[in-house]
Design a protein around this ligand. Sequence first.
Ligand SMILES: [Ca+2]
Ligand SMILES: [Ca+2]
Ligand SMILES: [Ca+2]
Length: 552
Amino acid sequence: MKNTYRIALSLSFALSGLLWRTSVASAQSLTLEGVLVRGGGYTVYLVESSGKSTSAPVSSSGKFSFTKVTKTRLKGASLQMADPNGAYAGPIALGGTGSKVSTTFSGKLASSKLKKLSLGKVTLKSGFAQLAKTTTKSLGIAVSKATTKAVKGKPLGAGQLGLVSTGSTANVRAFVAGMASVAGADEDLDGIPSAFDADDDGDLILDPSDPDSAGSDIPYTTMVLDFRNSLNAHVRGGLTDAAIDAVIGGENVFALATFISLPQNQSSLATGGYIVCDDALAYCRRNTPVGYFSGVSESSNDFRRPWAELLTSAGYPRMEKINSLGAVVAAIQPRVGRSQFRPGDVFEAVVTSNTGEITRKTFTLAPYFVSVPALKSYDAGAGEVEVDYSSVSTTSGSIPGTSPSDPIVLPPSGQLTMTFWRPQRAAIRTDETGYLDWGTLNYGVGVGDVQATCAGLFTNVSSELVADTTPFGTGDSIFFNQGANPTPYRDSLGDRPASVGNTLGFTVDLKTCATRAGGNGTGTVMVSLEARGESVTGGQTTARQSFYVRFQ
Ligand SMILES: [Ca+2]
Ligand SMILES: [Ca+2]
Ligand SMILES: [Ca+2]
């Protein structure tokens, strides 16, 4: 972690700058059109290899078209679809029928005099669509060599959000890690471009928690709960739609952040941006989004208000340009439940300058936590105590840890032993059901307002947790702003069905953690048990359970 984000970001500057300059050279302006049969209400996206995208609505008769397209933009570009509910509906396969298909254009035209490229009929299938005509002559444009892995013409990642094993090699993983911003490319060859792919290197580790995807523009979520409102598959009634909806749709407990990192030439021009999403997506749609812009730590106060108060003149909910980050950001609480906030939901982020649009990128909502890591039991020196969640609700009852007036009392040593359950995610792939423990996360503990790691103060660590061998920052600093790692233990296990026996644990010296960072190690403080993904642009996906302890 730590420096990965900055390094990856500077790589993306260099690369995107190159693509941006070359695209200016080509002049031939084309119209690309087709008919998505029975696809009225769908949206088709032309996704360029750089990740820049353009959308076209599909009319009731199925027609869609993109104008002012150049062959440079078409080189390596693919066509992706969203359904009338705003959910990702897969790629359009451009050629091939067996175990290899093509999903991108080569950019080579049948004739240099062409003004129009007609794709003809496009047939909707489950999780993807197919062209009826596939020859360069009939299409007017060549498609790339068929390299996308497929089964009977269906791209491998279709209908699975790209969470499929593609026999990822070290080369693919290194490529993804090095070219983190090439959102339009499809490195794992499953037919799903990286911006839409929940696992863009095909190793079955979800991008938000995959070190190979660190530094990418991946929207990330944050969930923070206490003992009263804790959500986990093994707490109280477990994970029900109603319980999850109350948190996902709740106030100040769950947030989604979308960052766009920009190449320097665009960053200096950019003044802001806005989000475009389907009318079916209440939290981000035009004119009446229900979401609340909660912002990031660098946000101005102007951007901490209902998103409906932050609309462009055309009614789109705005993004914030944050100069110190060189990024354009939307950090919001969706304030809707799961049925309206689904992994795979498609939204576009448009970056603007004072004179108009600079670029736009299309994202899908990445899989997110539906629960937090939850203490099963603890030992504060007087034996193991099970956390009795059923004795408290959001409105009544109290158990040690629920509030500053009812804390867990630590022994004089300040040591606390914790046994906890991992946080969960919902099923994504067609062969998954129910809720799964999210594996490969990074774990740690935070004490009060101390902005420093507790690394080096853990003992009795579960065998599944692998220590970061370099958890400290510059000059062995313990402080986060000097690069120290807040979550210095990585879970070595992958995603698997949630089971009450799947626990992790460690003992941490909270008193030394507080005092070595300048605190006094007295009184009552809030402690956070934290699970995090990898550093993506702007932050990392995080699930946190907080409770109160008292030092003595
Ligand atoms: Ca994939
Ligand atoms: Ca892919
Ligand atoms: Ca992965």
